[in-house]
Design a protein around this ligand. Structure first.
Ligand code: SF4
Ligand code: SF4
Length: 345
């Protein structure tokens, strides 16, 4: 697989070809939404904003939608249940490295011995065209988490060299796309060094950092279950769940039935749930295993920094900074809590 360098004009032509031919499925891209950015269907390459800082919602929504019907049932005239699985071919353009890393965690959680068909029929058919993040938001600490760049998990990765784009080819699918539609030239070692310099310079722009190595977080948490930090920081929590709803690594859902008005059938759907909401850990007999916001706050920090790593080999936080940006109380960013624990506060 040969990396390439292509001009801005040729990249636009490449994207417009993908949109026109639909050869990689429906084309989704990062676009402006008011004064923010979000992923949405692309009508033209001119809509693409590869210079963006962060998307409001992470691209996981294309594989794990906010709400998704998983089965339909009938009780009359006879009992019948049919699974509902949507297959979709997608090409998503402009995914930042930390969001690619988050999708790798999703693959591990939704895969394993009993892979989730609703997730994988979309995920396996998806082409991921990433872009290096050169404008990190102030709350992002991806550089400290080692997720500001990735070496796998994409088909193509774009890096803005100023005039041209460096295209790192990450898969056979990406390689054939470049051969078929991409123009430009083969990248040289000089181009590669330019790309690496752009990445090094971007890493220096991160304003938030973790005061430890990411692999030290589990032991730090092990030593601090009783720390007053959790109670102090959660005192102003609104239990709104925003920090979870914007997170690229939050995988939890709730399942509900929606019966038809005539009660002859209905559908079952799943939708995003949030461990910061008061009812998340409530059970039918009336108990709530995490009744107090301090417990929910602590659970989220352990989930991000320990539990998922132990079970799936990936930390549950990629340092994107979305939670810290969306939290009205300004308490949600895991780096802030981990740093306080590290300082022994
Ligand atoms: S916990 Fe916050 S910083 Fe970490 S991945 Fe989720 S939204 Fe991003
Ligand atoms: S930490 Fe912030 S965003 Fe999360 S539930 Fe509490 S107030 Fe809402």
């Amino acid at each position: 697989m040969q990396n390439r360098v292509i001009s801005r004009q040729d990249l636009a032509g490449f994207v417009d070809d993908l949109i026109k031919t639909k050869s990689a499925g429906d084309v989704i891209g990062i676009k402006a939404q008011g004064n923010k950015f979000n992923f949405g269907p692309l009508k033209s390459a001119t809509e693409l904003r590869l210079d963006y800082d962060i998307s409001l919602l992470p691209p996981k929504k294309y594989f794990f939608p906010q709400q998704e019907t998983v089965l339909k049932y009938e009780v009359e005239p006879a009992f019948k249940v049919e699974p509902v699985v949507e297959e979709r071919m997608l090409c998503i353009i402009g995914v930042h490295p930390f969001d690619i890393r988050a999708l790798q965690l999703f693959d591990a959680v939704y895969g394993g011995n009993n892979p989730d068909p609703n997730y994988f029929l979309k995920r396996n058919n998806a082409t991921i065209i990433g872009v290096d993040c050169l404008n990190p938001i102030p709350k992002s600490f991806a550089a400290s988490m080692g997720t500001n760049t990735v070496e796998e998990g994409f088909d193509l990765m774009l890096t803005d060299l100023g005039g041209d784009w460096f295209v790192t080819v990450g898969s056979n699918r990406g390689d054939s796309m470049m051969k078929k539609y991409g123009k430009g030239r083969e990248a040289t070692n000089v181009d590669l060094e330019k790309r690496n310099k752009v990445r090094r310079d971007a890493a220096k722009k991160y304003k938030t950092s973790l005061k430890m190595k990411p692999d030290e977080i589990p032991a730090l948490l092990d030593a601090n279950w009783e720390s007053p930090v959790f109670k102090e920081r959660s005192a102003t929590c609104f239990s709104c769940g925003s920090c979870v709803m914007v997170c690229p690594t939050c995988v939890c859902f709730d399942v509900q039935d929606d019966p038809a008005l005539n009660l002859k059938g209905g559908e079952r759907y799943r939708r995003w749930d949030a461990c910061m909401l008061p009812g998340f850990a409530a059970v039918a007999s009336g108990e709530n295993f995490r009744e107090h916001k301090e417990q929910r706050f602590r659970h989220r920090m352990y989930r991000k920094g320990k539990y998922l790593l132990e079970r799936y080999k990936y930390l549950g936080c990629v340092g994107c900074g979305r939670c810290g940006t969306s939290c009205l109380a300004d308490i949600a960013l895991p780096a802030d809590t981990y740093n306080l624990l590290k300082e022994g506060k």
